[in-house]
Design a protein. Structure first.
Length: 585
């Protein structure tokens, strides 16, 4: 019995040692999992400069050093080990010495004979940007030479410990990022890590960094004080929102996602109650355009088409400008789209509104409903009451992709095949990812390209190159003969824009409406320390002629926007224009 127990003991020890040997060293370095130990960071001009350089250096080592790539180092822990020394550095020169010694601790990567110098090719869309690492006189020549060697002798054809890519789409997945989810308000060292982590993910893995609209390098230094000085959980989360807003990407923040736990703190930031009606900006004026449930008798208080002038004593204009600081959006159309929602949310039980109705101003209190944790972005919400397809007056077909599935396809074809035209309403988010491909097999009698994508080169962080050309259509089967009109607006986002691009290659198709969301490409999730999640567009999308869709939206043949008069009269002015086009008026 004793011998059996002894053998069992040895078996356990051997298996344990095998597991330890197979576990990356980075995973075993857990000393800082409960906190960085840095409660407060005092800042001055020199410290901010040093911390800016450290953040850029930390990200470069994280994504380029071959041994880090293989999981030999926990980069969070490595940051927390060097950070106290950096905070004590009195001068930039002192900090540079500390950083060079820190880089030496990672060792010299094995030479990579297959690693070619990083050069621009005809297929390159975006080159790597290393911030200030190689700027003249910023770092000692000795350190810059070491960084140059690390860059040249990076790992290739190896799965990176901290980032992977989805094989089919090519968008990045940020892996092995410890969440520090014990608290909504991490300590100062971890808050700085949050900034470094996100800033470098954008620097090296955001396909649209060149379209941000400002120097991303300067943003790092700007936000160091904000993250270090965030005084509570609300302030910290608000600072995270402000940071992700700066990349100008409508994908940059998903309020709720299937992989994200609900965050009540974020709900509180925006307001847990909301008015029982929808609003819309038209020519920078905010109008009521649709009721929700009339649970609180709102129809007796406020009418469709009424203009909202002030909310709780503040003008709509000043509230919109304030909201824009924490509303991730590719363009002004989406900022207004989001502001129209957020301005009517509150943590109080009612909002005090000053409105104009029939040229008469009046002030009233509007009670608000608890949104009950429902933070799903409104433009992808499903409404089962909306009909997916139908025949309108004068034998014109209508398709709304919100609830449309592949199982409907044959029925839709049979129902609409003899109509003289079809309106595809892409103001509603498509339910099925295959929607544009499936319907283009019916609408197009040729297989033609409609877009091209560019993705990260996994072996060269920051290097994006053209990869796929997407095609749609079919040369076999029965094809639709009527006119196609596409309806788009600021709610047309992501798959909606992708679908629009596919349908625009249908001969004679006409696109009407207004600027779309300007966020196209599969989404990649970012996890901030402290129960906060963000997202970015993970691949680049452009038209076949090289026209970018990010920030600007899809091409539009005729601009048509709602008017206050149209809203008051209950008219859909885009639909009216589409009907005219198909009827030849």
């Amino acid at each position: 019995m004793k011998i059996k127990n002894l053998l069992l003991f040895f078996a356990i020890v051997i298996n344990y040692n095998i597991c330890i040997a197979q576990t990356p060293a980075a995973k075993l370095d857990t000393i800082f999992n409960n906190g960085s130990g840095i409660k407060k960071i005092e800042l001055n001009k020199t410290t901010i400069t040093n911390l800016t350089n450290l953040g850029m250096l930390w990200g470069f080592i994280k994504y380029y050093h071959a041994d880090v790539c293989m999981g030999k180092y926990n980069m969070d822990a490595q940051l927390f080990r060097v950070l106290p020394k950096m905070l004590k550095a009195k001068t930039k020169a002192d900090a540079n010495i500390i950083m060079e010694q820190w880089v030496d601790n990672f060792g010299v990567p094995t030479p990579c004979p297959d690693c070619a110098p990083i050069v621009k090719t005809p297929y390159t869309v975006q080159m790597p940007d290393y911030g200030y690492l190689f700027a003249k006189d910023n770092f000692p020549t000795t350190l810059q030479k070491k960084l140059e060697y690390i860059k040249l002798n990076r790992s290739i054809n190896i799965k990176h410990y901290y980032v992977d890519t989805i094989e089919i789409q090519g968008n990045p997945i940020f892996t092995n990022e410890y969440s520090y989810s014990q608290t909504d308000y991490p300590d100062a060292g971890i808050r700085l890590l949050a900034l470094y982590r996100y800033w470098n993910q954008i620097q090296y893995y955001f396909p649209y960094r060149h379209l941000i609209g400002e120097d991303w390098n300067k943003v790092l230094a700007e936000f160091i004080p904000e993250f270090c000085k965030a005084k509570n959980d609300t302030n910290y989360h608000n600072t995270c929102l402000k940071l992700i807003t700066r990349i100008n990407d409508s994908h940059a923040y998903y309020i709720q996602h299937k992989d994200m736990p609900f965050n009540p703190l974020l709900q509180h930031l925006h307001g847990k109650n909301e008015a029982d009606f929808f609003t819309e900006f038209i020519d920078n004026h905010l109008y009521v355009y649709k009721y929700k449930k009339d649970t609180l008798g709102i129809k007796d208080l406020i009418k469709i088409g009424d203009e909202i002038n002030t909310i709780d004593g503040k003008t709509v204009s000043e509230l919109e400008k304030q909201a824009a600081l924490t509303v991730p959006a590719s363009n002004e159309s989406v900022k207004l789209r989001q502001a129209a929602l957020l301005l009517l949310r509150t943590n109080n039980v009612y909002l005090t509104l000053n409105i104009t109705h029939e040229n008469i101003n009046r002030t009233l209190n509007v009670f608000c409903l608890d949104i009950l944790g429902n933070l799903i972005p409104f433009f992808i919400k499903r409404d089962a009451a909306i009909q997916s397809y139908k025949i309108l007056e004068n034998n014109i077909g209508y398709i709304n992709p919100m609830n449309l599935t592949l199982t409907n396809f044959d029925t839709v074809k049979q129902t609409l095949k003899n109509t003289k035209g079809i309106i595809i309403d892409l103001r509603y988010y498509p339910y099925d990812n295959s929607f544009p491909y499936t319907y283009c097999t019916w609408f197009k009698d040729k297989i033609t390209p409609f877009m091209q994508s560019y993705v990260i080169n996994p072996d060269i962080p920051g290097f994006f190159e053209l990869r796929d050309t997407m095609v749609s259509g079919s040369e076999t089967g029965e094809h639709y003969k009527g006119k196609i009109v596409l309806l788009v607006n600021e709610n047309t986002q992501s798959l909606g824009e992708f679908s629009t691009m596919a349908f625009q290659t249908i001969p004679g198709a006409v696109t009407i409406g207004s600027q779309t969301a300007g966020a196209n490409g599969y989404v990649s999730i970012n996890e901030f320390p402290g129960k906060f999640y963000g997202a970015i567009s993970g691949i680049g999308i452009m038209y076949m002629d090289g026209t970018e869709t990010q920030r600007v939206g899809v091409k539009i043949d005729k601009i048509v926007k709602p008017t206050q008069k149209g809203i008051k009269e209950g008219r859909d002015e885009l639909m009216e224009e589409a009907l005219k086009i198909i009827n030849g008026k």
